[in-house]
Write a protein that binds this ligand. Structure first.
Ligand code: PLP
Length: 472
């Protein structure tokens, strides 16, 4: 043991090694030094716990080589930890854990062009003085939804919060017991209402709420009647709900504000994509909702963002709330959102928005793509892989349309040399991670959420993984 410990090099000596010098060309010296210390520590630990075969470490060079290998290992692992591209083979279109809506080229190009230099973010080019970053996006939104006014913030959670904080602070907000939604970890409607400074008044029951439940609950203190989209669940059976019309009418008769958190929110009729009917934002405006909030990166197919549309009187008040600055949208998202909304105006969403493009792909198209990918895999891997084409159903995800399913095509993949769980894990850890589900002992690679450029990676990834297995 003493002998081994004496062979441990100094940090300085490790730094002099050729491969480490190579790393230094692209990485900071202090960072690499820290990795070397970790590498030396691992080696020392293994010596003390007698995990190393001393026979292999007779010379200083051998110890050095081992430590350098540890350093390279750590470096590779840490480098891969950040945000990066993955391949979504799950078929879930708006996967909340996978960045929701991907952005199309039209938005990305504009982001590069505008954000790569200076921009007129807050500069009025007509008048040569300070201007508002929101003018154009607001015009697009009012044109598209028929609302009087519009504004955008960081995300829909912020939109709901800032609207309630402005319109109902220290007052009461009436909400049906069937609409107290939780979306992902920490967004719960009752918590948001409380944090906004408003008091929540629950009416009705889990399955049935009537307009007279709202009516009876109205007091001097009431400010807002709130309707929330049941984004990620559905109540079936013996149910009754109050629609936007009735809530709008009641609110106006009593001089209150009718507000709706639409969740995903969509600007077009989803039935054209074979999805169930969902009221569009325009329809909610027509129903008489005064303030409507929805997300930028759910079914709208844009960047993260929260959109608020409605009556000018209320939107102006929200805009003046000092907290609005804290939840403002950043310029990168704003650039993308403008492009996406322009596609809606130009009626080009099916060409330019990836989510819509994916929704438009029909079974024949998916099957052709599946056949091509299957052929490439079989040509490369022969009997090391077993593939068949199967039918499946995709869900939309992203807390939108929980019960909607879209018929789709997938490749069922297995290999005689590696189990499904191990193969799934190896794909997940691949240079460009490939995420797939397991069903009945095989991997299920959905075609619907794949981009064209993903096919090369999938072929290469499966070849790399399966060829590396010792098949003797
Ligand atoms: C998704 C969702 C939100 C949160 O929207 P983010 O854009 O993720 O902040 C709020 N309310 C409802 C009903 C939702 O579905």
């Amino acid at each position: 043991m003493q002998h081994l410990l004496r062979h441990i090099p100094s940090v300085h000596d490790v730094l002099e090694q050729k491969t480490i010098q190579h790393l230094l060309e692209s990485q900071g010296r202090n960072h690499i030094k820290a990795l070397i210390l970790q590498g030396i520590e691992i080696f020392r630990h293994k010596v003390f716990s007698s995990e190393l075969d001393t026979f292999h470490y007779q010379s200083k060079d051998q110890v050095m080589a081992r430590i350098v290998a540890y350093v390279l290992d750590i470096q590779q692992q840490t480098e891969k930890k950040g945000l990066r591209r993955i391949i979504n083979g799950t078929g879930v279109l708006l996967h909340t854990n996978m960045g929701r809506a991907p952005l199309g080229k039209i938005a990305l190009d504009e982001m590069v062009e505008v954000a790569g230099g200076y921009s007129n973010l807050e500069y009025n080019l007509e008048e040569g003085k300070r201007g508002s970053r929101y003018d154009y996006v607001e015009t697009l939104l009012t044109d598209l939804t028929g609302a009087e006014s519009a504004m955008v913030v960081n995300n829909n959670a912020a939109a709901v919060f800032i609207a309630l904080n402005t319109l109902a602070s220290n007052q009461e907000v009436i909400i049906s017991r069937s609409e107290q939604v939780e979306i992902g970890g920490s967004f719960r409607i009752p918590d948001i209402i409380n944090r906004s400074g408003a008091r929540m008044v629950e009416v009705g029951t889990t399955n049935k709420t009537y307009i007279h439940d709202y009516e009876k609950a109205i007091t001097e203190e009431t400010a807002v009647l709130l309707k929330v989209h049941k984004s990620n669940y559905r109540i079936e059976g013996f149910t009754a709900d109050v629609d936007g019309h009735a809530i709008g009418a009641l609110a106006h008769a009593k001089e209150l504000i009718a507000m709706e958190d639409l969740g995903s929110g969509c600007l077009v009729d989803l039935r054209q994509y074979g999805l169930p009917y969902e009221p569009t934002v325009t329809e909610c405006v027509k129903q008489g909702m005064d303030v409507i909030t929805f997300s930028g990166d759910k079914l709208l197919g844009g960047p993260q963002g929260g959109i608020i549309v409605g009556k000018k009187k209320w939107i102006d008040q929200i805009r003046k709330n000092p907290l609005t600055r804290m939840v403002r949208i950043d310029k990168l998202s704003l650039i993308a959102l403008e492009q996406v909304l322009q596609c809606y105006r130009n009626e080009t969403i099916n060409e330019h928005l990836p989510i819509m493009k994916m929704l438009c792909r029909d079974m024949q198209q998916l099957e052709e793509e599946a056949n091509k990918l299957m052929k490439r895999l079989k040509d490369n891997l022969h009997d090391h892989i077993q593939i068949s084409i199967i039918q499946e159903e995709n869900s939309v995800g992203g807390g939108a349309l929980p019960e909607a399913k879209k018929e789709s095509i997938a490749l069922a993949i297995s290999s005689p040399y590696i189990g499904a769980v191990a193969l799934q894990k190896a794909l997940r850890k691949y240079t460009i991670p490939i995420i797939v589900r397991i069903k009945d002992e095989h991997l299920e690679l959905s075609m619907r959420t794949l981009f064209n450029q993903d096919h090369d990676v999938i072929v290469q990834g499966l070849c790399d993984i399966i060829n590396k297995i010792d098949k003797t």
